[in-house]
Design a binder for this molecule. Sequence first.
Ligand code: ATP
Length: 823
Amino acid sequence: MDSTTESQGLLKPTGLRLPNKITLPSSPSVPRATGLSEMTEAAANSRSAMGPPLNAASKHKPSGLPEPDPKQRKTLAERAGEPHGSKIAPPPSSRQAYTNAKLPPANGLSSSLSRMPSNKTSKHNPGKAFGHSVGYGSRTASTNTYGTRPKSSYGNHQRSKSHHQSSRPATSMTNHYQDDESDRKVYDDARVSSLEAQFNELKEKMETDMSKQGNLQESIKLYEKKNAELEATCAHYRTALDEHKTDIRDLKGLVSTTNMELDALRRSHSFEVDDLRRKHRGEIEDLEDRVRKVAERSQRDNEDEVQRVRRELEAEAEKTLKAHSEQLADLEKRLKTELEEERAKRLREAQEFEAEFSSKLRNAGLEADAKHREAQLIQGELTNTKAELERERTLKAGLQTQLTESTTLILTLEASNKAMKEKIHFLESDSQAQSTAFNDLHARMQRAIEEAELANEKLRQEETLRRKLHNQVQELKGNIRVMCRVRPKHDSETDPAKIEFPDSDTDSKEVALQGPEKTNAMGTVTTQTFSYAFDRVFSPKSQNLEVFEEISQLVQSALDGYNVCIFCYGQTGSGKTYTMSSQDGMIPRATAQIYSEAQRLEEKGWRYKMEGSFVEVYNETYNDLLGRSEDLDKKKVEVRHDTAKKQTILENAVSVVLDGPDRVEEILSRADKNRTVAATKANMRSSRSHSVFILKLVGENSITGEKSEGTLNLVDLAGSERLEHSKAEGARLKETQNINKSLSCLGDVINALGSAKEGSHIPYRNSKLTYLLQYSLGGNSKTLMFVMVSPLQAHLQETVTSLKFATKVHNTHIGTAKKQTKA
Ligand SMILES: Nc1ncnc2c1ncn2[C@@H]1O[C@H](COP(=O)(O)OP(=O)(O)OP(=O)(O)O)[C@@H](O)[C@H]1O
């Protein structure tokens, strides 16, 4: 039911009219929701716009709604044209009682008023109460009071008053009623007008409330609208929030992906940097290696050049001397002829003028005596010159310093020749004396030549003696010698072992290793020192040249016809290959020495033929390192021994005739190439195989008829590391087992050679290596073992094992070496 209908309903019983239209004030105070903050503000505003609570509103505060002017308002009595309404005002107490609604309104209003909210404090039925007390013309018997007072405090008061009245007698009451009827009527009118006033007041209040209700409904609608807007905004923001959350999630995913990519990039970058660093280091090492090789090669070239120039100069000097001798001989011959002619001529002249110049002849005889003395002097000078020439011939070979002397001598000879010519020219004046002088000269020259031949013969004998003495020296040094070499530490290597060379200032024959620190039960830290002594110890500072000087005498022995075996023993990476086969290693140096010695010996009548072979022993099979690389593991190399000649023959292996120093380089590079090819097939094969360079030297002296045949074996043994340390498996295990077997066989052979009596069994056949070296180890040979030592602490255990093995070999004494002479 709307407010208008309700108002109309209210008007019916009373005939009062409510204003047709209640204009609700616009509510400017209600803001439009524009956002979350605005909504809060609007809510606050709307709350304030709602006004005070309803019970407060019942006090009728001005609400802004149009209200009838209170001055124009008229009471019902006024409207009905009853002028006395204003005169009879109810007592203030009765007005108060109506306000409290303890009394019911007039009967005509009862139906309408019954729909009004009742005061909950009242227990009365207002209509009923009103009916009982104010019904027109009816008074209930139960009403002991006059019945005009409402049941309120006023009523109570009435009741208490009635109570007093009830004590009055009924007759007196009836009288009173008749007397005061007019007063009662007045009083009723007053009451009616009072009720009307109250009703008006109530109606106004209702209207106010209704208008407020309308306002409130408007406000509610506005709030609902605003709420809907806010909810829409809220939903919008929620969607936006969800989108943002999705974006944030995406971004987080992107960030983590980017981070992962960055990490991957960083990792790959660091790998690349590491690779580049490794590559760079490798390149630097390659470059250093190449530079070193170039330097070494150029040094060798220089040495060769010096040798060549020396040889050329010597040849030239010899040629010059020969030319001078020939010139001298020509001169002598010409002079002789001229002298003969001159003599004949002079004889003729002398006969012609004998008589004429007899006195002059006497004088000439005197002069001839003088000249004879001079000729003798010249003859002495000539003898000296010849002696000098002879000395020059003896000394010229290989002595660069004496080349200068030779030049000086040549100059002196030239001067002497010149002087001689002058003297001969002078002597031409006396043919007799000159003839005698030249005869003498000739005789002396003959004698000098004979003496020179005697000297040459003596020299040859001395060479044979030198060989014998050299061998005796070698024997005194021992037929098996052991030398130790400690390689230098590379820059890339850390943690060096403590290796000392106590006698490096004097003999350099000792090496001392300091073992790891050990703590005993008492907590004392001790270090064990291992000392070893060998024939020679080379510190890391030593160069290949210094090492070669020690072994050059053995190389000489090979030229002299002995079997020589030089091998390098030690763990992988200890410097065996560097010592043996590097550019200036033992193999190139030994062959270079052999060449120059062979040339030197040529003038003593020796002619040498040299042949080189290079084989490897890998997994107990022989491979030819000078053959074609594709045949390396296919071609079967066999080793045979000629027991009668005590010679080793390699079948199916290439043997290269070494007719010049360049050939050695060629051999080494070919072997190196083959080993590199093999290394790709079996990893680190060069370290896992023994390589043996065999140089056969066959010499013959055309003058003495002597012959010699020696062999120089240069062996680079495989790495000697123990099986338990190498942790090898599969193919590597087999390799290591074979290496260990052959090395231990080598030890056994040396041991047997040292302890066995002549003719007893030596276990050469137990391994391919000892079988190959059968005639180069033992009684008929000279053996030198280099024990190579790594300078690192990590290799200390292996180093100690190697040095122990070397000490065992060093303590072995092998029987006297025998020179091999060809039948
Ligand atoms: N005396 C030295 N002076 C300078 N460098 C050396 C010396 N000895 C060895 N080296 C270097 O040490 C490294 C290992 O040496 P090398 O290859 O000769 O050892 P190895 O015992 O022959 O090893 P493997 O058994 O593997 O053949 C090489 O780089 C070599 O150049």
